[in-house]
Write a protein that binds this ligand. Structure first.
Ligand code: PLP
Length: 476
């Protein structure tokens, strides 16, 4: 049985189920497995023809043994989680020119890549909780897509009460309505006005709620934000799938370009590589919020003030999963990670030594995409290939094109949202909103009734716990 440790090294090792249900380790660190399962070329060969859910069962079984979830139950959970996807292939690939491929991660119920892991993780939570006869309250901060995915996945789950927190005006109306129009008793949307640092402010709010022992215990708080190990684990599967679709022969290298925010997706790609998947270059594609590119290029990992960009889901100052990546790259040296974390919390930045920097930047390339380049990339793909990208997919494709001549082998570009979630940017890019940029579910939400709480950044720390207590007292 694989045990899970905290990246900060001061919490007891726990089993998979506990790591998932706790979300964050009690010392404030993130759970990481004691070792990665390894995959052989023969296994990859055998997996070539599998459907996405079948492949997910193979890959996730490497992490989840029979004692945690019996294999037949795991299969049922996985099938239920991906049955909500509208595309028969679940995650199809669209070929572009020059051996580049768009991996469409947005065919889930809320039209973003967050559905890929969230459906399964929430189903897994519900499975564990029902088995234990327990309930949990989930607090979910969102930069636009995590909230809708968690809201949708929570519908009908009596074991869960789910609270979504979003920064007013910093996500699109389409994204907000995906949350506020869900009218079920266990899902609650909260808009916070005047957030200066977007969803990072909401992470701070949730951090305070977790740090309040009495409140945490009273509410049975947990988290399915990307700090949750199960999210990152589940996101390894689309790298395996993309690899098997595009490697001419098992063993050949396949490259990935990933639009990065909190680094959960890319951390999963790096894990897949360490599990033995022949991944070539990993292109960390970002918008003009330079946290990740600066860390990977210079070895200085610093908090920044957020700029609002067209790729708003990756306007992130504190990419929590970078800490997991640091832990893995620095050989699981929890003392070093804790010292770095303390410096980062105290000074807002931490400088790594040249040797450490070399270790954690190995295998990565970075590329920064401006708003202008997002528009230009969207426009050129639309004009030349009649293919409509969302702004985050455009970040990935722009980065792949930048490096195309220097990298050999296929490049898989991760498209993380459906363009219909960003209609204003699409209009700016191509002057119209074509049918590919619309979606029936978002049209329906436009005229549906809404339910939400609204608080201000200035008083959220008092108001949010108060309202949650009141509602929960009435609900359970
Ligand atoms: C969350 C998200 C990302 C970034 O993923 P991370 O795991 O946070 O790096 C990219 N694009 C979209 C549309 C997203 O919702």
């Amino acid at each position: 049985m694989t045990l899970y440790h905290s990246t900060l090294g001061q919490a007891p090792a726990v089993d998979f189920e506990t790591a998932v249900l706790n979300g964050l380790a009690p010392d404030g660190g993130m759970y990481v497995p004691a070792e990665f399962p390894q995959v052989t070329h023969q296994q990859l060969e055998d997996w070539k023809e599998l459907s996405y859910p079948e492949l997910a069962h193979k890959v996730l079984s490497l992490f989840i043994d029979e004692t945690a979830v019996p294999s037949a139950d795991l299969k049922t959970l996985i099938n239920a989680s991906f049955s909500t996807f509208s595309h028969p292939e679940v995650i199809p690939h669209q070929p572009l020119t020059d051996d580049c491929y768009v991996q469409e991660l947005f065919h889930g119920p809320t039209l973003s890549f967050k559905d890929v892991a969230m459906g399964f993780v929430v189903n897994l939570f519900d499975y564990f909780l029902r088995r234990r006869g327990e309930r949990r309250t989930l607090m979910v901060a969102t930069s636009g897509d995590t909230g809708p995915a968690a809201a949708y996945a929570s519908i009908g789950k009596t074991s869960l009460s789910t609270w979504l927190f979003f920064p007013t005006g910093l996500i699109t109306d389409e994204q907000a309505r995906q949350m506020t129009t869900i009218m079920v008793p266990n899902v609650h949307s909260v808009a916070i006005d005047n957030c200066r640092n977007g969803s990072d402010d909401l992470d701070t709010l949730i951090g305070h709620c977790f740090a309040d022992d009495a409140f945490r215990e009273e509410m049975n708080l947990s988290s399915v934000n990307s700090i949750n190990w199960a999210r990152v684990m589940t996101q390894t599967v689309h790298y395996f799938y993309g690899y098997l679709r595009h490697a001419k022969q098992v063993g050949n290298l396949v490259n990935f370009a990933v639009p990065c925010g909190a680094f959960g997706n890319m951390c999963a790609g790096s894990m897949a590589s360490q599990m033995g998947l022949p991944v070539g270059e990993m292109i960390v594609a970002t918008n003009t919020n330079l946290v990740l590119s600066q860390a990977l290029e210079t070895g200085v990992f610093a908090k920044i003030d957020i700029k609002n960009t067209f790729a708003s889901a990756i306007d992130i100052s504190i990419p929590m999963n970078f800490w997991r990546h640091l832990y893995f790259s620095l050989d699981g040296d929890a003392d070093r990670i804790r010292a770095a974390w303390e410096t980062y919390e105290l000074k807002g930045e931490v400088r790594f030594s040249p040797a450490e920097h070399a270790a954690f930047s190995n295998g990565f390339r970075t590329y920064t995409v401006s708003d202008e380049e997002i528009l230009a990339t969207t426009r050129s793909l639309w004009q030349q290939e009649s293919y409509l990208l969302d702004p985050h997919g455009a970040v990935a494709v722009a980065a792949a094109r930048h490096y195309r001549a220097q990298i050999s082998g296929p490049i898989v570009c991760l498209a993380t949202a459906h363009p219909s979630k960003f209609p204003e940017t699409i209009r700016l890019a191509i002057g119209e909103l074509p049918a590919q940029g619309c979606h029936d579910s978002l049209e329906a939400a436009r005229s549906a009734g809404e339910r939400k709480y609204i608080f201000d950044f200035a008083n959220m720390q008092q108001e949010v716990p108060r309202v949650m207590r009141t509602v929960m007292t009435n609900q359970f």
